[in-house]
Write a protein of this length. Structure first.
Length: 575
RNA sequence: GCGCCCGUAGCUCAGUUGGAUAGAGCAUCUGCCUUCUAAGCAGAGGGUCCCGCGUUCGAGUCGCGGCGGGCGCGCCA
């Protein structure tokens, strides 16, 4: 068991003995903000003392009197207003490292109660190019899915693509009137986009075109065979594009059940909600009202339009019902931008009324918008969005220039491969590092930066470690020599102690759906490693020290690699 | 009008049950490659955490009121 958990396990009964009514679940042990205070601390005693009007330092002393941690820690200190500070014995740190080296754990624990979690993310639209607007959902969602999986949960990823809706009326008009088969072969999405824009523009000042689009849509919805065939082809062509992007990003889905998949369920859904009094007619449409919810009382959710058509609230409700009956999940997570907060509040609230017995947690994990330098939603100068494929190309190209500059002797194919891993990693990391709820201003230079707190910095640390093993003729270091594990230099101790906190960070990131905690942890880890690297020679050290340091290097590399893997970022042997 | 989010160093941003002297990156300046990869390291400068009041032993974090900005609010998704 990890030291901070052992401390909690011993601290909690001690607190209970002193304060029998206390909620010991709040008695947690966390890393100290500054190593001068110790390795771990608890601030819980001050919080417990307050409502009881106890002297917090006296309470700390009383708890301390009942606490036996001498095997793990140096003398426990009561500090400040009532902090309890723990400093691990070097032997306790070494023991945890040895356990990790022998494969018992990698400084984290699997969930005690595994859950089934559906993660809904990415959701691009058919017939449109994937652009930078899709990147956050895709990368954040993928990372959360990986993280939950690593922690032992059963994860189901589902790409709820936009394969249905009014845009298909216009696309069908364009396809029938103006399709360029050659262009379709060369770049299907560009051709579909061209058709859509052309018809869409025409609709604005030509009512006849608008009517034609409406007619094509009605025919499609009525099951017209030709329109269905064209529609299916557009989906297939789009899927090719999606797959190409996902392959580059290393993103995989268990299911791709688009909006159209739920069409057959929508009418019955609305009928049931009406019959049960959950929805009612309003101004010709059908809507769910939430008079009893202060947040939503003025914003009913439409589930059927006055023309009989359904909208995305209807589809999302049907989707939830399908997921409930198909996978029986404990939780469904939606990863979308923050502008859909109201929508998901409505969907969740409506679903609760429809299926009050369903035990699943519903989470809307939202993120901020990508803005242009003018502070408005991001577009290029010509008004286009930046295509995701172009962004990835540029990332790899810039990385290739740097690799070529730094490692001119490597053969080109290897430099290309390094550039791919570095470039894609940089893009992902740039997206995962900020707090997801912040808006951010898109900048090529920031997105593609290769120095400072970036993925390449972490990959570089990995590559340096691998280089040590290559130079030392070591393959890996799976046989720990516990007796020889010496943590003497301050840089060694700092690095070792930081390794112990990997699991704390993974748990926090999963609880709050915030992979940026992992980014910051890994950046600190790489920093600790680099300082160790600068100050503690490994291969030139004496036998015992060398063994000890190789072990430290190996564990660091494994945590870095695992951490980056959770972020969906690859590592390299050399760069 | 109602609701959600944001305001932290010149710029971009972190900041884990409220916790100890608020941290990074970029940019600027000074050092460090005959020693395991300098995509790096060491150091310097840089702060009214938007303002005010309140709760608390303790507030960037919680509450209230302002100011400034972004977004959303029935037939698009």
């Amino acid at each position: 068991m990890l030291p901070h958990k052992q401390l909690e396990q011993r601290l909690q009964p001690a607190v209970r003995a002193v304060l029998p009514d206390a909620d010991i679940g709040s008695v947690l042990v966390r890393p100290c903000p500054d190593p001068k205070f110790g390795d771990y601390q608890t601030t819980a005693l001050m919080a417990l003392a307050k409502p009881r009007k106890l002297n917090p330092r006296q309470l700390a002393a009383d708890v301390l009197a009942r606490l036996e941690v001498g095997d793990l820690c140096e003398k426990v200190e009561i500090a400040g207003a009532g902090f309890l500070n723990f400093r691990l014995k070097a032997a306790a740190v070494a023991k945890t490292l040895s356990a990790a080296a022998s494969g018992e754990h990698l400084f984290f624990d699997k969930a005690i109660r595994p859950r089934t979690v559906v993660v809904d993310f990415s959701s691009p639209n058919v017939a449109k190019p994937m652009h930078v607007g899709h990147i956050r959902s895709t990368i954040l969602g993928d990372s959360l899915a990986r993280l939950l999986g690593l922690l032992g949960h059963r994860v189901i990823t589902d790409n709820h693509i936009g394969d249905w809706g009014t845009q298909f009326g216009m696309l069908l008009v364009g396809w029938k009137r103006d399709l360029d088969p050659t262009a379709l072969k060369t770049d299907a999405i560009a051709e579909l986009e061209r058709l859509y824009k052309r018809v869409s523009a025409e609709c604005k000042d030509n009512p006849a075109t608008l009517e034609a689009a409406r007619q094509e849509l009605v025919k499609l919805q009525a099951g017209d065979e030709e329109n269905l065939r064209i529609w299916r082809e557009m989906i297939a062509l789009s899927q090719v594009q999606f797959d190409a992007i996902y392959a580059r990003l290393g993103v995989k889905f268990d299911h791709t059940l688009g909006e159209s998949f739920y069409n057959p369920r929508l009418k019955a859904l609305v009928d049931e909600l009406i019959a049960r009094g959950i929805a009612r007619e309003s101004e010709g449409a059908k809507a769910v009202f939430f008079e009893d919810l202060p947040q939503l009382k003025d914003t009913p959710a439409l589930i059927q339009k006055s023309d009989g058509g359904f909208n995305y609230t209807t589809t999302d409700l049907a989707t939830l019902a399908y997921r409930l009956e198909t996978w029986r999940p404990d939780e469904v997570i939606y990863v979308t931008d923050g502008r859909q907060q109201l929508h998901f509040q409505q969907v969740f609230a409506a679903f609760r009324r429809w299926h009050p017995e369903a035990p699943m947690k519903l989470a809307h994990v939202w993120f901020g918008s990508i803005l242009g330098e003018d502070g408005k939603p991001f577009k290029t100068r010509s008004g286009e969005t930046v295509k995701l494929a172009d962004l990835l190309d540029e990332a790899e190209e810039r990385a290739f220039k740097v690799v070529t500059e730094k490692s001119p002797d490597l053969p080109e194919p290897q430099r290309r491969e390094i550039a791919r891993v570095v470039g894609i990693g940089a893009v992902k990391y740039a997206d995962l590092l900020p707090n997801r709820q912040s808006d951010y201003v898109f900048s090529w230079d920031k997105m593609l930066a290769l120095s400072g707190n970036t993925a390449p910095y972490l990959q570089y640390a990995c590559a340096r470690i691998r280089s040590i093993f290559r130079k030392g003729g070591e393959t890996s270091n799976r046989e720990p020599q516990t007796a020889n594990l010496e943590l003497a230099a301050p840089e060694e101790l700092a690095l070792a102690r930081h390794l112990l906190n990997f699991g704390l960070v993974l748990d926090a990131a999963a609880d709050e759906y915030r992979p940026n905690y992992i980014c910051n942890y890994l950046y600190d880890l790489a920093g600790h490693f680099t300082r160790f690297y600068e100050n503690c020679p490994v291969l030139k050290a004496d036998a015992a020290e060398r063994t000890s340091r190789l072990l430290l290097c190996d564990l660091t590399a494994r945590v870095l690699k695992q951490g980056l893997e959770v972020l969906g970022i690859e590592t390299l042997e050399q760069m």
